[in-house]
Design a protein around this ligand. Structure first.
Ligand code: GLN
Length: 489
């Protein structure tokens, strides 16, 4: 039997029943990594020895008859923009090539309390800026469903690892879709929690008013379990919510009778792949047949979401990335004086896309243009938030595609940044409004590529989106199919 294709909740039960040991499970996933990582490239750093040691400790606890927490002994991976004490955290940038954080992000502290097995750090677009993982300064990551295609991004490494069975679960971060869109492209589940639900302490900042950490998993139950582990108030993050965290696994019920689903007409836009639209509409029909009520709604400011996001995110990024100056942070490139040293450092060590965003951000924030761009964007952000408030007075959840297309060939879009930005139409509005969203597999294209359904919830109401996601998942088998990657076991 192979274990790498099982969700964490199944493996947890097997560990408790002593049907497998944590070391056996870890060896199985490490073997899978040996077999397929060469053709996927999900990882930037692998910590195989430490992983086996961690597994050994869990087996000792099991041998003593101790109770084990949910994640104990289950191998997972962490996006490389989340600080891991003593383990390199590069953000897929040359400027942090040798950066070893002296502390753990709060999510890492929470995870470690569960004794998971940590396999390594996953690839991303440099500083999480991008939607294909092609902006990594190190290597491309390939989609396990078709290795000529991108895995999506920026959490492409985390999504590809879960899809390839080279991690059972993973953490990603989502500023404008970076958990949900790669989940959609790789046929896994990706959950962006409400802004403030999960502490951002130790997540290397891209755009601080939008960033959130969340899980990428094989199924909805695992997403609920992971969210239980990482959620909660943190004194180290002033924006983290003090609201009591429910037990999200209580939402894993098949129950959508009377659930009011809003279908925003603006999200079914021109340029959407007809196969994506068909699959998403079929999923909505499934909900209807299960007793949900489908209501057409309007989110009238959606058309401004991309421009609003691509002003606010770069403006915050330009500010956050000031610290990489060769003094406070960053690999220094020498120069004849301080200014030249800083110029050389930033010129040589930042990639193209990062520099583009720093320039856009500084332009939008500069004295002559602040009112016209940044301030205007903040006002439109409020209008987008109000659209949702109005819609959620009539419906319980909103559904739409996660992305307008399925995964596309590596290299096909990278030279056209604007085209790339437009791909984010379905995901960025949620971040602007701070709302939770989940992407779950809801079909395959004629090429066999995964299609994702996005379910958007009210602020701090992850429970309803989890319940809706779980109910749909029980009605089909997409989450049980493994990406058709090589590597016979
Ligand atoms: N694709 C979006 C961007 O490039 C979203 C990235 C993210 O969520 N980190 O900014």
């Amino acid at each position: 039997m192979r274990y790498f294709d099982q969700p964490a909740h199944v493996l947890h039960d097997m560990l408790k029943q002593k049907e497998i040991s944590a070391v056996e499970l870890t060896q199985d996933v490490l073997k899978r990594i040996d077999e397929v990582e060469g053709s996927v490239g999900a990882y930037l750093t692998l910590t195989k020895e430490a992983a086996l040691e961690q597994a050994g400790k869990v087996d000792e606890k099991l041998a003593k008859g101790e109770e084990i927490p949910f994640l104990a002994g289950i191998p997972g991976a962490i996006k490389d923009n989340i600080c891991t004490k003593g383990i390199k955290t590069t953000c897929a940038s040359k400027i942090l090539e040798h950066f070893i954080p002296p502390y753990d992000a709060t999510v890492m502290t929470k995870l470690k309390a569960e004794s998971p097995v940590l396999l390594g750090k996953t690839n991303l677009d440099e500083f999480a800026m991008g939607g294909s993982t092609e902006n990594s300064a190190y290597h491309v990551t390939r989609n396990p469903w078709n290795t000529d295609d991108v895995p999506g991004g920026s959490s492409g490494g985390s999504a590809a690892a879960v899809a390839a069975g080279t991690a059972i679960w993973a953490l990603g971060s989502d500023t404008g879709g970076s958990i949900r869109q790669p989940a959609s492209f790789c046929g896994v589940v990706g959950l962006k929690p409400t802004y403030g639900r999960v502490s951002r302490y130790g997540l290397v900042a891209y755009a601080s008013s939008l960033d959130q950490i969340g899980p990428l998993t094989r199924d909805v139950a695992d997403a609920a379990h992971l969210l239980n582990v990482i959620s909660g108030h943190d004194d180290m993050d002033a924006t983290s919510s003090a609201t009591v965290v429910p037990d999200f696994t209580a939402s894993l019920r098949e129950d959508v009778k009377g659930l009011k689903i809003g279908l925003p007409k603006e999200y079914f836009t021109k340029g959407m792949d007809p196969e994506v639209e068909r699959a998403v509409r079929a999923a909505i029909e499934t909900y209807r047949s299960l007793g949900a009520e489908v209501i057409e709604i309007s989110l009238p400011h959606t058309e401004y979401a991309i421009s609003t996001y691509y002003l606010i995110a770069p403006a915050e990024a330009a500010t956050n990335l000031q610290r990489y100056d060769g003094v406070s942070y960053g690999e220094r490139v020498e120069g004849s004086d301080l200014v030249e040293m800083m110029t050389n450092t930033r010129t040589e060590k930042f990639g193209e896309e990062v520099k583009r965003r720093i320039m856009i951000g500084n332009y939008a924030l500069s004295a002559g243009y602040y009112d016209a761009y940044y301030l205007k964007a903040l006002k439109v952000r409020t209008l987008i938030q109000q659209d949702y408030t109005e819609a959620f007075s009539r419906v319980d959840v909103i559904m739409c595609p996660t992305a307008p297309t399925t995964a596309y060939p590596i290299g096909s879009m990278i030279s056209d940044p604007l085209q790339m930005y437009l791909q984010d139409i379905c995901t960025v509005p949620l971040n602007l409004a701070g709302l939770p969203g989940i992407s779950i597999p809801c079909g395959r294209s004629s090429q066999g590529m995964p299609i994702g359904l996005q379910i958007i919830g009210k602020a701090l109401d992850e429970e309803t989106i989890l319940r809706a996601a779980y109910t749909y998942e029980q009605s089909q088998d997409y989450h049980k199919e493994m990406a058709p990657l090589g590597g016979k076991h």
